[in-house]
Structures are given as C-alpha cells and as structure tokens.
Write a protein that binds this ligand. Structure first.
Ligand SMILES: [Zn+2]
Ligand SMILES: [Zn+2]
Length: 354
C-alpha cells in the first residue's frame, strides 16, 4: 500500500542536498482490520505544518515515518463489531488520527489528551487506505465535500484552541500567524463573538485572506510597529484573547505586550524543542494576571468541529492538489509557502453529492 513517508531525517528546508530531509512514497503493508476497526479508502490527505517537524525527527528518527493525519475518505470495510455509531460501507468520513483508549487514568479523569495509549492507532493517512478504530471515525455531513472534509482535523485544533481561550462574546481578539490553523482560528473566534479581530502576519497574501474571512485589522509585523497598531486598535487596552498559530520564535515573545490585563494567551502551535521564552513574572503574571496556555491535541473537539465545518469558508485552503505519486513535489510546494495549504489526492474517489 503506497504511503507518503519521511525517508531521511533532516530539515526539508536545508539547502544542502546531502543533509536535507527526504520525503518519498513507500510501500507499507495494509493494516489488519480488527473487530472494532474501520478501513477507509483515503480521498484527500492534507500536509500539516507539523509534518516538516516530523521530518526533523521531533517524534522519532526511525525511518520510514509514515505521514498524514488530516484526511477524508470513504468507508471500505467494517470490523464485525464496528457498528456502534451506525457507520456503513460507502459512508464519506474523516476523523481523529489519535485514538483515546477510554480506560487509562487520564482518559477516566476526562483528560484524554494525556491518554497513555494515544499512539496505539496513530497510523499514517497519506496513503491509499488507513485503518482506524471506530471511535476515531466521523461521518461527514452531506453538505461537506470530501475535499473540505480533509480539514476536519485542523478544524478540531481550532475548536480546541477556542476552548482554551475561554473567550467571551465581545472580547478583543488577536491571532498571530495566518497559516491554515490561524485562518481557521480566526473564523471560529469570529463566530464566537470576537471584536477588534486582528491578524498579525508577515505574508501579504495571508493577511488579505484573513481580511476576506472576517479579520477587521491586519498587522504586518515586519513593516509596522505592532505595539503601536495594537494600542490604536484596542484603545490602549490590549487584547483579551491572543492566539499564536505561527509557531515562530520571532513572533511569540512580542505577543505578551499585546495582551490586555487579565488576558489569555494560547500558544497554539508546535515550537522548536529547545526554545525557551523569557517571561517577566512581575510584569506579566503579577501585575497583568495573564493566563498562558497551549494545545497539544484536540480531545472532545471533533463532534463540534463537524458541526462548525459547514459554516467555515475554507475553499482557499484546498486549491493546491497533488496526486499521491507527486508527494515529493507536494512537499516542495508546501515548504515554499506559495500555497496557503497543500492537499494530496490519495485516490480518485468521485464526489457523488456535496
Ligand atoms: Zn496537523
Ligand atoms: Zn487512555
């Protein structure tokens, strides 16, 4: 079964051909269909900003490392006991690449993100098929196409980020980073009643995309004084909710100064393993009472992501589509940043409806 994988550890951005990380299409054995499992013929699998981190060996260095956790497809086979949620062969689905076991202590305590068996079913979905536990699989609404459906997982991340902001209607909101997660967060928080909604993003096309989808203000951090702009937009108070979706070590430190007293800052990206953020405890935690938090994975968010996805305008995120055999070119396009997001078509599954 053809699967897109990291075949050599290294940065995909390394200019030196000898040390650069590599992506390839590898033949993996098809996973066994357990009694509670669902086999999905994958339609679309999107490249995530975290995939290059995997190529750098963030989660392990034994290659090949299969990729793909943002996918949609059609149910091809069901295990004999995979009938708890009414899935049928032929259903159009998407899902969570992680299975929460439900049995370990963190799962029982309502903190599934810390499930001790979280990796047991983490199988690569940038492949012809993927076999997941039934609890990971969600039927797509009729008005969500397979192409849009591959954004269910990143939408679940935006939902979880929204949860962690503790946003209230009318809060002033700033989102840093106009990549796919930042754009999804922007739209989700807009629906949540965000005001003074501002996107900080150095790339002009991404700022324009944000303005087309609900941002009231955009700030170019390279050519504008972001503190002065934020003060002007918020009447000198700062933002009640600040979300980082950039993962950029250059961007994150300055966000503390854009936050209002009592604000919540969600660091909603992956960061370099050894990067440390200096934090003035007196200024930011004592005097300003900021709440700083992050997001690892998105438990309890998928059912709501499924509800909100039809209300999001995300066509611009799924325009760059490459066939599975061109995965190397697809990753080159992703790394170049020329598209807001890159999607891989794993099988040509005709869209009947939607
Ligand atoms: Zn992702
Ligand atoms: Zn568990």
């Amino acid at each position: 079964m053809r699967t897109v994988a990291v075949t050599k550890i290294g940065s995909l951005r390394d200019p030196d051909d000898d040390t650069r990380g590599r992506i390839g299409v590898v033949d993996f054995p098809e996973q066994e269909l357990g009694a509670e499992d669902v086999r999905i013929r994958v339609a679309y699998s999107a490249i995530c900003g975290s995939d290059p981190h995997l190529a750098e060996g963030f989660f392990g260095t034994d290659v090949p490392i299969g990729l793909g956790h943002e996918l949609s497809g059609v149910v091809e086979a069901l295990g004999e006991r995979a009938h708890r949620n009414g899935l049928q062969v032929g259903d159009r689905v998407a899902g969570n690449f992680l299975r929460f076991c439900g049995t370990c202590r963190p799962c029982q305590e309502g903190r599934q993100q810390f499930c001790e068996h979280i990796q047991d079913y983490n199988r690569p979905g940038m492949a012809e098929t993927v076999t997941w536990h039934e609890s990971q699989v969600y039927k797509l609404p009729d008005d969500v196409s397979l192409l849009k459906g591959c954004l269910l997982e990143p939408t679940s991340v935006a939902v979880r980020i929204a949860d962690k902001t503790n946003i209230k209607v009318g809060d002033r909101v700033l989102v840093c980073g106009g990549g796919p997660i930042g754009q999804l967060v922007l739209q989700v928080l807009k629906i949540h009643g965000a005001t003074s909604l501002t996107m900080v993003e150095p790339i002009a096309e991404r700022r324009e995309m944000a303005l087309r989808h609900g941002a009231q203000h955009v700030i170019d951090p390279l050519n504008e004084d972001q503190n002065a702009r934020a003060a002007e937009i918020t009447g000198g108070r700062g933002y009640d909710v600040v979300v980082d979706a950039s993962g950029s070590v250059h961007a994150v430190a300055g966000l503390l100064d854009l936050a209002a007293k009592g604000a919540t800052i969600v660091y909603g990206a992956m960061y370099p393993e050894h990067f440390a953020l200096p934090l003035n405890l007196s200024g930011y935690l004592y005097l300003k009472e900021l709440t700083l938090t992050g997001v690892f994975v998105s438990p309890y968010a998928f059912p709501r992501a499924l509800q909100i996805l039809p209300h999001l305008d995300v066509d611009e995120l799924t325009r760059a589509i490459f066939p599975l055999e061109d995965a190397v070119e697809a990753f080159a396009a992703h790394v170049s940043g020329q598209h807001p997001k890159v999607v891989i078509r794993c099988n040509d599954l005709e869209e009947e409806a939607a």
